[in-house]
Design a protein around this ligand. Structure first.
Ligand code: PHE
Length: 452
């Protein structure tokens, strides 16, 4: 049998795990989610979710990967034969995300280019949906949008190149370059942002706590949802990555580092984004609530408009979109690695073949979003993945491991045998009780909203 690939160094693994966690979700999802769910008060449910679900699950996934040294489906099947499908379910979700995530990276590449000379003009919304994506033909498929197709091909070449080179020479190498670069660029962006006129008002709006919100169930759901998505939990990613760790490796410690690094980046992004929104509000004398947006709208419609009004707009714009590209590509590599590892193992094929099959299929599927009308498709798919796919995958995972297989004790013994930090009741209680209840509640609430 081929020897299992390994990370070159512990730092290499950590950078790759942080690279997966730090993605578009940190930059365009966290700031708005926090603002809309109580501002400063959101940090209470957020920290609670981090400590009772995020880090405990990360430790669990790292331990499973490290103990069974296999891809997700095989690792789960080694715990109990009937659990292999949980791994495949998580991989399916990763696969679906890997069909639309590259589209957003492709847009960001184009917007990095548009930034130079602010080519998006005065009406940035019309530019995005009209000139750029041409969505007025929404719903009709069949005509590719070349300005998306070309950068999309570029993204895939990149992804294939790094994944093709393997764990150490490809994934680790990419993250060693991209993640430090991303941090430097992002710090520059934040420094510029907080020195803009109006920045303080933006930060004030972001941090001002609305304590009355803290009793709302939806605020807690938002916090757990953010933690899951942001830490790339229940996507088979962290499990796959930790299966490449050397035998002696302090996984519990690694989980804490990954979790706190990701949240620090998220906080930094919140500061940067709200400083910029504060600037916008002060320039246009609008209340900040009117300029807040999240997701695609924030990055491709609101931000371009603000960037145009800044001194040194080309440079700021370029750096902002470059940071989306870097954050996105390292997450994209991690998502795709899950199915490559699984296919390779399941069918005993080479890494290259698995890449060609898995990556090839994802590539073809991604072309659908490069069509006119692709934006609507992306929205719909993203909605289902976020509201059901992720919560369900997490729920299946904890219930199977904690309740059916009753493996928490075993896993704890494994983690404790190689870590300085010993896991206690906190860990077992979080996974055996708190997380399943919260995730179950989350699913029901989402279903209720859907049926209304
Ligand atoms: N964690 C990444 C983010 O915050 C996104 C991601 C989700 C990556 C799912 C992989 C899988 O954006």
């Amino acid at each position: 049998m081929e020897k299992r690939s390994q990370w070159g160094t512990r730092l290499g693994f950590l950078l790759a795990a942080i690279g997966s966690a730090v993605g578009l979700g940190n930059i365009w999802r966290f700031p708005t989610t926090a603002f809309e769910n109580g501002g400063g008060a959101f940090f209470v449910p957020y920290l609670f979710a981090l400590l009772t679900a995020g880090i405990p699950l990360l430790i669990m996934e790292y331990t499973i990967g490290h103990k069974y040294r296999s891809s997700a489906p095989r690792s789960f099947s080694k715990i109990s034969k009937g659990m292999e499908w949980i791994g495949w379910w998580q991989i399916l979700i990763s696969f679906v995300i890997s069909t639309y995530y590259p589209i957003i990276i492709a847009w960001s590449i184009m917007y990095a280019y548009f930034s130079i000379g602010t080519k998006w003009g005065e009406d940035t919304t019309a530019f995005f949906t009209g000139d750029f994506l041409n969505v007025e033909a929404a719903g009709t498929f069949g005509s590719m949008v070349p300005s998306v197709l070309i950068p999309l091909l570029f993204v895939w070449v990149f992804v294939f190149f790094f994944l093709g080179r393997g764990v150490k020479k490809g994934i680790e190498f990419a993250n060693r370059i991209f993640i430090p670069t991303l941090f430097i660029i992002f710090i520059l962006i934040v420094i510029r942002a907080v020195t803009l006129p109006g920045a303080l008002e933006g930060l004030d709006a972001f941090f001002k706590p609305d304590w009355s919100r803290i009793t709302e169930g939806s605020v807690w759901i938002a916090a757990y949802g953010q933690i899951f998505f942001s830490l790339s939990i229940a996507f088979a990613i962290m499990l796959t990555y930790s299966s490449y760790l050397p035998k002696k490796s302090d996984i519990t410690n690694n989980a804490f580092i990954t979790g706190f690094a990701n949240s620090s980046f998220e906080l930094l992004a919140g500061i940067g984004v709200f400083a910029v929104l504060g600037f916008m509000a002060s320039q246009s004398s609008q209340p900040i609530e009117d300029v807040v947006a999240g997701g695609v709208g924030l990055a491709f419609m609101v931000f371009p408009e603000i960037i145009s009004q800044m001194p040194g707009s080309s440079l700021f714009g370029f750096l902002f979109f470059a940071s989306l590209v870097l954050a996105g590509i390292t997450s994209m590599i991690s998502i795709s690695e899950t199915y490559i590892a699984a296919l390779q193992e399941k069918f005993s094929i080479s890494r290259g073949k698995a890449l060609l099959i898995g990556g090839g299929l994802a590539f073809i599927a991604s072309l659908f979003y490069a069509n006119q009308g692709g934006l609507n498709l992306l929205d719909t798919v993203d909605h289902f993945i976020n509201n059901y796919g992720v919560a369900l995958a997490g729920l299946f995972e904890v219930v199977a491991i904690a309740w059916f297989a009753r493996s928490l004790k075993d896993l704890q013994a494994h983690a404790d045998s190689i870590s300085d930090i010993k896991l206690g009741t906190w860990w077992r209680l979080s996974l055996g009780l708190i997380t399943p209840i919260v995730l179950g509640y989350m699913m029901l609430q989402n279903l209720k909203l859907e049926l209304q």
